[in-house]
Design a protein around this ligand. Structure first.
Ligand code: ADP
Length: 503
């Protein structure tokens, strides 16, 4: 994963994007926007232009939804489950065959260090496809005994929900696009997918591989465009049956509003402010790096980032010094350098937002243990870099403690023997979010009691790691609605139909 990047491949991509705007995929064709409009996607490491990309408007969204509908009612409805499995596996193989190019695209567009693009984006996407491919032939209804008078045969069908709108954010574009596409396609749905305007390139390249794999035209449509225009038109389109959205809580609310017009089934994966607990009996050799990577990985631009640390006072000095040392030691820099651990934030807007939060923490009385500044100067020209940061002495009502910063900023708090599991869970649950939590302790009772009391969709005990396609992913409270991944994730792309026959 630490191999140097391939300069020939970089040149190939640069040449390709110099040839003109990247088109979008509608009904099996690569097309410009009907309006001819485009938008720019930039390299966050340098602030320079990577490519111009077609900017979908209402007319393009109409066409894409119509293409998805035609495929859903037509050719795709006749494709048997085992053939859907085969197509999904074929796509996984094609991603594997083009792994280095896709990793490079993600690195250029998102600003993720190349080693992580290879591991998370490419391997994650392949994993999602291979996991979900198997589900295509395992989706099943059931029979039921009903209590009405007479003799009845009742059964429940599980049908594909229909045309699905999928709206993806900029932090993990390809793996999230695939994580949404794979279960939808396995279940027999068709899709109109919109990548984020900051990071459309890997998803559009994925569209080429989808056609190469042999998916019929219109089964997957990829519309690039701005959130407030293309995204809003897609979310409120009368022709969609379901919307799956990952992104900010504010936009999540807009999606809910939009669904009032079309009654689309809504699945939302939104923000987080996830706690990490380190108890005095924890294995600190695991807990310290996990706490640091939990917030600094991907420059903190992770919905499940462990942005609040609760550490027992007996080990607090050691843990905080360990996390601060990691913050000082991790290489922040250019993403094509295989030794870089932390890249830039995705955009100038995001840099402003994160540094604004750090300043608001200072203004409200927090102190800075490490970091706290944007990075500029030689090697960082034009990029959106910020130091990994740890804030101390925060209070629950401060913005840095309760709002999602989406940057490498950790709020660290101490607790003592007086804080029992209920009190600790209460502190973990004190924000509006409930996406995930991590617990480090060698006491299994403490670990399981706390896991039960935390209002969070994902809990890790004594270990860290990313998303696994087999485990349901989603949040409590303002962190979202419904679940992706696992059996629940597949079933969320189906509708139930009860059929009763009087015998
Ligand atoms: P951010 O504010 O960090 O860009 P968003 O949640 O707004 O995060 O973006 C996530 C995705 O939602 C992107 O693909 C974006 O284009 C899209 N989006 C933004 N606004 C809307 C909207 N009003 N309706 C539908 N999609 C939107």
């Amino acid at each position: 994963m630490n191999a140097p990047y391939n300069p020939g491949l970089l040149e190939h991509l640069q040449l390709r994007y110099a040839q003109g705007p990247v088109k979008m995929l509608i009904g099996g064709d690569w097309v410009e926007a009907a309006s001819g409009e485009t938008f720019e996607t930039l390299n966050p490491s340098t602030g320079k232009l990577l490519a111009n990309v077609a900017a979908a408007g209402d007319a393009d969204i109409d066409r894409a939804v119509a293409a998805a509908r035609a495929a859903f009612e037509g050719p795709w409805s006749k494709v048997k489950p085992d053939e859907r499995t085969r197509l999904l596996l074929k796509l996984a193989d094609l991603i594997e065959a083009n792994a280095e190019e896709l990793a490079l695209l993600e690195t250029l567009d998102v600003g993720r260090p190349i080693q992580f693009s290879r591991m998370i984006d490419v391997q994650g996407a392949i994993g999602q496809l291979r996991y979900n491919a198997g589900w295509a032939s395992k989706i099943a209804g059931e029979t039921a005994e009903i209590s009405a008078p007479g003799e009845w045969f009742s059964y429940v069908l599980r049908e594909p929900v229909g045309v699905c709108a999928q709206i993806v954010p900029w932090n993990f574009p390809m793996v999230m696009a695939v994580g949404k596409l794979a279960p939808a396609l396995a279940a027999g749905c068709t899709v109109v997918l919109k990548p984020a305007e900051q990071t459309p390139l890997s998803t559009l390249r994925l569209g080429e591989l989808i056609l190469e794999a042999g998916f019929p035209a219109g089964v997957v449509n990829i519309v690039s465009g701005l959130g407030r225009t293309a995204g809003a038109a897609l979310a409120s389109h009368p022709g969609i049956n379901k919307i799956s959205f990952t992104g900010s809580t504010v936009t999540g609310k807009a999606i809910i509003e939009a669904s009032k017009s079309n009654f689309a089934r809504v699945q939302l994966e939104l923000g987080g402010k996830s706690p990490t607990y380190i108890f005095a009996d924890a294995d600190l050799s695991k807990a310290i790096p996990a706490a640091a990577m939990g917030i600094f990985f991907n420059a903190g631009q992770v919905c499940a980032a462990g942005s609040r640390l609760f550490v027992h006072e007996k080990v607090a000095d050691q843990v905080l010094e360990g996390v601060a040392n990691m913050a000082r030691g991790m290489k922040v820099g250019q993403t094509l350098d295989a030794s870089t651990m932390i890249g830039p934030l995705v955009s100038a807007t995001q840099l402003e937002r994160v540094t604004g939060y750090i300043q608001s923490g200072r203004d409200e009385g927090a102190s800075v243990l490490v970091g706290g500044e944007a990075i500029s100067g030689e090697g960082y020209e034009g990029g959106y870099f910020v130091q990994p940061t740890v804030l101390l002495e925060t209070k629950p009502d401060m913005r840095v403690r309760k709002e999602e910063i989406f940057g490498p900023v950790l709020c660290a708090m101490r607790f003592g023997d007086d804080d029992d599991v209920d009190a600790l869970a209460g502190r973990g649950n004190e924000t509006e979010f409930g996406l995930s939590a991590s617990i480090y302790t060698s006491n299994i009772t403490t670990a399981h009691k706390l896991a039960r009391r935390l209002k969070a969709g994902t809990i890790r005990i004594n270990g860290s790691g990313g998303v696994d396609p087999a485990l349901p992913l989603g949040g409590f409270k303002a962190s979202g609605w419904g679940r992706e991944n696992g059996k629940a994730g597949i079933e969320a792309y189906t509708e139930l139909k009860a059929v009763s026959v009087a015998l």
